[in-house]
Design a protein around this ligand. Structure first.
Ligand code: ADP
Ligand code: MG
Length: 585
């Protein structure tokens, strides 16, 4: 992608007096054979990658406090300050060389990684595409050194009073216009930065973090006693209340309790040795463990922390270390599966009537929902032979009869045939159309406006889009401190989980690429909100409610399908039944 980009290498010209002292330094340039064993690739793609790499360095330096300041989406300034062990002058000079690291020195070290960094690439990469200044002093001393490097060239070395380490990155990509072009809007970059600091906060509860964006405090996370407290700091009490905690010897987790599901895959995290990873197979383990408890198109929240002996896991797979290789993948899969199962057992409803079907996850992530062991399948696709009748042939008056089959399907008839209705799907279709068109929404003013506390990254996206929410019947205003004040909602969302809805909307907004048509975005938001309709779980509708649902459904543009394309109803006329019972002729 960045063919035009050439890294200045070596990036600093050292003058002789400094070179003489290098032998004392802790940081060494890795030998070439070892350089070649390390997963190569560019790690600095956007401001958030700078933030990630610098925070990792601070944590590796033993910092217990990390401050992040951002100006202009990170284009103008990214500043990371820590109270870690800092560097001696010699180390500060060598750390900007490609492959210079204090974290590994031999090939064996690659199989015993206990630090977040080990490639020795971040600082040299960042310094070669920005105007960078570092101030650092070894712990215990207040006199340190300040270096300035512009586009890979050392400009200035000075003695300064300092404690800990501060890295300031200005004008990112100033000398690589091709990369600069790939940067997204300021808001998108800010979103990724907030996400990066949030994830760092989740991985390291024992470290305090603060984040300011254009001088406004966006996140403040004091040192927390554990993951529970950290999740509380980031998401608030209500969110934490919907989660269950499990602790096994090498695994701890906070996961969605029953009924606390979302319509996006937001807030699903897996950490291995305090490093966030992406792993389709482990996510599959979690979804499989939820099994039939998970309604279709719904996703659990999970924070899973695995501790694995460094010799049993290879982090040298992906340049940004997002993927890992386990030496016993199946054992890890099983332990995740078992822990989630264990947490759910007891609260699990034996006869849940939902099919597990999340293959068409809207965010394009890999499908992850087949059961590991054969279990009774409850999600049979509609048999194609069953005829679909487009014109409703059955009329229902005030006295029509119906029965519930399980808690989702309703069967009714007028004597000339039978219709099977999926009441969730029908409800979703109606709400989806209303939200998309912005009509028929019946907005209810809340007598007691609801304060919705959100994670900082979602809050920051939503406060700029409140007008668009209003068009969908959600009237909210910025209440400061990561909180929105919701004053009115469409009637059907009266009892719904507002924080969940807001998070889902924020995810739609952030996923929408700059050029995508407004209609598209609205459509996606409408689909997600519709999933939150108040008919959740095992609620059964009354006679009048069903009659109204059927009325509304017949008025819909496409009464036959839910917004995700599955049938809302299957109708069989007497003729169809005769054919099926081979009574034709
Ligand atoms: P890596 O983290 O893979 O070793 P980097 O290029 O990120 O490579 O950093 C190079 C070296 O600089 C590190 O190994 C570490 O010794 C030193 N260093 C970087 N940041 C800090 C910091 N904030 N405090 C102390 N030392 C640091
Ligand atoms: Mg590093």
């Amino acid at each position: 992608m960045y063919e035009n980009f050439k890294r200045a290498s070596p990036c600093i010209e050292l003058k002789p007096p400094i070179r003489l002292k290098l032998a004392m330094s802790e940081i060494k340039v890795l030998p070439e054979e070892l350089q070649n064993r390390i997963a190569a690739g560019e790690v600095i793609e956007r401001p958030a990658s700078v933030v990630k790499e610098l925070i990792e360095n601070s944590i590796d330096a033993g910092a217990t406090g990390v401050g992040v300041d951002i100006l202009n989406g990170g284009r103008r300034l990214i500043r990371i300050s820590d109270n870690g062990r800092g560097m001696e002058r010699e180390d500060a000079l060598i750390c900007f060389y490609p492959h210079a690291t204090s974290k590994i020195s031999t090939e064996e070290d690659l199989f015993d990684i206990r630090t977040l960094g080990f490639r020795g690439e971040a600082l040299s990469s960042i310094a070669s595409v920005s105007r960078l200044k570092i101030l650092t002093a070894p712990s215990g001393l207040t006199l340190g050194v300040s270096l300035e490097i512009h586009g890979g060239e050392l400009r200035e070395v000075r003695e300064v009073a300092h404690s800990g380490t501060t890295v300031e990155v200005k004008d990112l990509f100033f000398n690589t216009p091709a990369r600069k072009k790939f940067l997204k809007s300021q808001r998108t970059e800010v979103y990724h930065i907030v996400e990066t600091v949030t994830v760092a906060g989740l991985s390291h509860p024992d470290v305090a973090f603060s984040l300011t964006i254009d001088r406004a405090e966006t996140l403040r996370l004091p040192v927390a006693g554990g993951i529970r407290e950290r999740v509380l700091q980031i998401y608030g009490e209500e969110f934490l209340g919907g989660l269950m905690e499990v602790n096994e010897h090498n695994l701890s987790a906070l996961i969605s309790g029953e009924e606390n599901f979302r319509s996006s895959r937001a807030n699903q995290y897996i950490f291995v040795n305090r490093r966030p990873i992406r792993d389709a197979s482990l996510r599959h383990a979690v979804y499989s463990a939820y099994d039939t408890l998970l309604p279709r198109d719904r996703h659990p929240i999970f924070f899973i922390y695995l501790d694995i002996a460094p010799s049993e896991v290879d982090f040298n797979v992906h340049p940004a270390k997002r993927e890992v290789r386990f030496s016993d993948k199946e054992a890890v899969y099983r332990s995740v599966y078992n822990v989630v199962r264990k947490a759910l057992s007891g609260s699990a409803e034996e006869d849940a009537d939902y099919g597990v079907e999340t293959d068409d996850a809207p965010d394009g992530l890999q499908p992850a929902t087949r059961n590991p062991q054969p279990v009774t399948s409850v999600s049979q696709p509609a048999t194609p032979e069953v005829p679909f009748v487009t014109e409703p042939l059955l009329k229902y008056g005030s006295d029509f009869k119906y029965i519930y089959l399980g808690d989702v399907f309703v069967a009714y008839t007028d004597g000339r045939g039978i219709t099977l209705l999926d009441h969730h799907a029908a409800h979703e279709r109606i709400l989806y159309e209303r939200l998309r068109q912005g009509v028929g929404l019946e907005v209810t003013q809340l007598l007691f406006p609801k304060q919705v506390r959100l994670p900082a990254r979602e809050y920051n996206v939503l406060i700029h889009r409140l007008d668009e929410l209003k068009e969908m019947g959600i009237e909210a205003e910025d209440f400061g401190h990561n909180t929105l004040m919701v004053r009115a909602v469409p009637g059907f969302l009266f009892d719904a989980d507002m924080a969940g809805i807001m998070s889902d909307i924020a995810f739609c907004l952030i996923e929408s690429t700059a050029g995508s048509p407004v209609e598209d975005l609205r459509d996606r938001i409408a689909k997600r909100i519709a999933c939150h309709s108040s008919v959740r779980g095992a609620v059964m509708l009354s006679h009048d409610e069903i009659a109204r649902l059927l009325d509304d459904l017949s008025a819909a543009e496409d009464p036959e399908h839910c917004p995700h394309g599955r049938p809302t109803r299957i109708q069989m006329s007497l003729e169809d039944l005769k054919r099926m019972f081979k009574r034709t002729g």
